[in-house]
Design a protein around this ligand. Sequence first.
Ligand SMILES: [Zn+2]
Length: 102
Amino acid sequence: MVYCKNCGKEVADGAVICPNCGVQISALKGEQKEKSPTLAALLSLLIVGVGQFYNGDWLKGFGFMVASVFCALIFFPLVVVVWVAAMADAYLTAQKKNEEIS
Ligand SMILES: [Zn+2]
């Protein structure tokens, strides 16, 4: 959740205009590309860590990859945990990056 700078009310993530006071919260910059949280999560679903690469988090992406391989060697069901965590992280990070852009 983000807060409107004008009235302080909670506004949905990614909202451009505050539904409460109608003030523009974030200007979408044309030159910086928005990340798609869905695409980021989807990429991490296909290959663990790739969603992080998409977000530009190379270290984190490698971390998730190594962690998933590690988990696969120790106790395979753990991979699912890493997998879901990587997907959730990719999704949330993409959202956060979008907020930073705007
Ligand atoms: Zn407002």
